[in-house]
Design a protein around this ligand. Structure first.
Ligand SMILES: C[S@@+](CC[C@H](N)C(=O)[O-])C[C@H]1O[C@@H](n2cnc3c(N)ncnc32)[C@H](O)[C@@H]1O
Length: 356
């Protein structure tokens, strides 16, 4: 099958953020010379981008680094949606649709992240094995395959079928890393920082990036879910918050509690990490982050950015541009990544690194 049959890019996003996800892919595709349009249903968690020039979908998901996409959790290039799956032979029909794709190394059956779609996950589980067997028989699934085969079920009788390039997609089904809430963590928010690290750090570099014995600052730390993550990795933490920190965390003797305003706090010396979970106006938070990097107070940061009410995608881009410009003006070299995480609601999470 020719790669030119891939006429759509299917993107998964948080339900309610289809507009932002659409604006972003249209923008990013245009930047590499691919114009197109999006179709989406309100709160479906799915956006379908169709390039005006047929057959350019695969090129798109290979050329745009997935790590630079903020509002999309997963993506793949797809053929036309299969809409007439016979309940008695879904396997045969789907295998037929994908049977002549370029070789794929694995098969992912996915749904959007909505209550309705989640009810299809049982169906996905029941189809996984038989589909794998059938596709292997067709020679479409091989360990040496270059691509990843995706089947995204939108109902019991319809699915998007397509491929992504492993390494330039999300390495988790539906773009959601399944994390367990650690019993000892002081708050559920702890999962947000852990998820951020899964997205922003490469798995084998965690030990190097989160070096035991180094210092971190946690702005807006109470009761201590983010501090707990840093402490688990052996870091020492200045936890800045007027609210109380969890007692167990203080007993570790790795935490200094600073009852202070995070917007005024200056670290006594430069630190490896600064994390910030203060829910304030996004422009105010971004200004604070600029101050930290321009002064080289930290080398790396993960912070939350609350989304504005309107033009959320455009505003986020504007704020990230401002951070970059501020740093450029002061000759501070940084790189950044931003993502709306599974654990984010009306916000995104940003990671910034000092490069020199
Ligand atoms: C969402 S909670 C942080 C939760 C924390 N990351 C955790 O995992 O447990 C936000 C915190 O920011 C704190 N906060 C709000 N404004 C602040 C400020 N100006 N300076 C310091 N802390 C602030 C609040 O007291 C609150 O504890």
């Amino acid at each position: 099958m020719s790669k030119s049959v891939f006429n759509h890019v299917v993107l998964l996003c948080r339900s309610g953020f289809e507009g932002e996800c659409s604006a972003e892919i249209i923008d990013r595709a245009a930047a590499i010379g691919v114009d197109g349009y999006c179709k989406t249903d309100k709160r479906s968690g799915i956006v379908v981008f169709t390039p005006n020039k047929p057959g350019s979908a695969l090129r798109l998901i290979e050329k745009i680094p997935f790590s630079t996409m903020i509002f999309s959790r997963q993506w793949f290039a797809a053929i036309e949606q299969v809409t007439d799956l016979p309940p008695k032979d879904r396997v045969g029909t789907l295998a037929q649709a994908a049977g002549r794709f370029p070789r794929c190394k694995d098969l992912w059956l996915e749904t959007a992240d909505t209550n309705e779609a989640n009810s299809l996950s049982k169906l996905c589980k029941s189809l996984q094995k038989p589909l794998q067997i059938k596709l292997k028989a067709f020679g479409a699934l091989r360990a040496s395959g270059e691509y990843r085969l995706h089947m995204l079920f939108t109902s019991g009788t319809s699915a998007w079928v397509g491929m992504s390039l492993p390494g330039n997609d999300a390495p988790w089904l539906g773009g959601i890393p399944r994390l367990r809430l650690p019993k000892a963590a002081p708050s559920r928010s702890t999962l947000k920082l852990e998820e951020a690290w899964h997205w922003f750090l490469t798995p084998d570099t965690w030990g190097e990036e989160l070096k035991a014995g180094s210092w971190g600052v946690d702005l807006g730390a109470a009761p201590g879910g983010w501090t707990w993550q840093l402490v688990q990795r052996g870091l020492k933490v200045m936890a800045v918050d007027n609210g109380p920190m969890a007692d167990d965390l203080m007993l570790t003797r790795q935490v200094e509690h600073h009852e202070a305003d995070g917007f005024l706090f200056e670290p006594p010396r430069a630190v490896a990490w600064m994390v910030c979970d203060i829910a304030d106006k996004p422009a105010r938070v971004m200004h604070l982050m600029s101050t930290w990097f321009v002064n080289r107070w930290c080398r790396k940061s993960v912070f939350n950015l609350k989304l504005p009410m309107n033009k959320r995608y455009q505003e986020v881009c504007k704020l990230l541009d401002q951070l970059q410009q501020n740093c450029d003006q002061h000759n501070i070299k940084i790189s950044w990544q931003a993502k709306q995480l599974y654990h984010d609601r009306e916000e995104i999470t940003v990671m910034v690194r000092l490069l020199d």
